[in-house]
Write a protein that binds this ligand. Structure first.
Ligand code: AMP
Length: 288
């Protein structure tokens, strides 16, 4: 834990501190909230900056959520650096960082995704319990923080879809704002997990953005057959050393598998393991 907050940043260590800080905020003030698991990079910071620039107050949480990791090893190896994170958040002009203790996040309500493919397929299929664990903790944060706006990265598109569904059903006053994926100059989406890639695996990881770029090329060339587009995506993603979990086109508004009865736009979603590191990425076809 950071011993002292950097100038301009209020450290909220535990739920009581959050309560006291929130009580000082006048009614009617817009409050932006960004949940993170820390080990912050430019992707997280783009969300934090957007929260700080669009809301009167902004708070970022750092909590490595054990409920959303199926594999205890993955949880224990998840990178943690709260000191560096707080310095970055102070630079991003957020007002406060919420660092709950594990006991603060023991949720009284277990949240499940609404029925449908987003509850069962893709991340839900390959990471059993992940979506429930993520929604349970994000829902608990929403309850505790009482924000007017919550900021999520488009990089985790299925998460964003599920959070929007939960917010619409259970947090009617909350606006969920999506923020574009921040990438390295070579196209790899920033992720806290990238730090665990060896130099060789870092090159192999480019299979994810490259396969999406190949797909975009097919789309821009006029290809509209869903099966053909999925084949283009899968063929480009498949390489020695890249273990593909899925490479699918989904209907962006509903997160159902893309199909003739739906009108799109389609989002291509990929997930693969490279040297034991699981990476995801996605692209909206025909998007900006
Ligand atoms: P995490 O700490 O991985 O749980 O991520 C916290 C938030 O940051 C989530 O809303 C993510 O979608 C978002 N995020 C993670 N990586 C990126 C990225 N490369 N670009 C934009 N947002 C991101």
């Amino acid at each position: 834990m950071p011993a002292k907050a950097p100038p301009g940043l209020t450290l909220l260590e535990g739920r009581e501190a959050l309560r006291e800080w929130s009580a000082e905020i006048p009614d009617g003030t817009s409050l932006g909230f960004v949940p993170t698991m820390g080990s912050l990079h430019e992707g997280h910071l783009s969300l934090a900056r957007q929260a700080a620039s669009t809301c009167s107050k902004a708070v970022v949480s750092i909590f490595v959520n054990p409920l959303q990791f199926g594999d205890p090893e993955d949880f224990s190896r998840y990178p943690r650096d709260p000191l560096a994170d707080c310095a970055l958040l102070a630079d991003a002009a957020v007002d406060a960082v919420y660092l709950p203790a594990a006991a603060d996040m023991e949720a009284s309500i277990r949240r499940r995704p609404a029925e449908g493919p987003a509850a069962e397929r893709w991340e839900a299929e390959f990471r059993p319990g992940h979506c429930e664990g993520m929604l349970t903790v994000v829902g608990e944060f929403f309850r505790q923080v009482g924000a007017t706006h919550a900021f999520f990265g488009e990089k985790d598109a299925q998460q964003l879809f599920l959070v929007r569904e939960m917010a619409a059903a259970s947090f009617p006053g909350l606006e969920v704002v999506s923020c574009p994926t921040v990438r390295e100059p070579d196209g790899l989406a920033l992720s806290s997990r990238n730090a665990r890639l060896t130099a060789d695996d870092r090159k192999l990881a480019l299979a994810l953005p490259e396969s999406l770029a190949v797909l975009a090329g097919g789309w821009e060339g006029g290809e509209r057959g869903i099966a053909v587009l999925e084949e283009i995506l899968a063929a480009s993603l498949k390489r020695e050393g890249v273990q593909v979990d899925y490479a699918s086109l989904v209907d962006d508004p509903t997160f159902h598998p893309a199909g003739p009865s739906l009108s799109g736009p389609w989002r291509a979603c990929v997930a693969a393991r490279v040297g034991g590191v699981r990476l995801i990425d996605n692209l909206l076809l025909g998007g900006p």
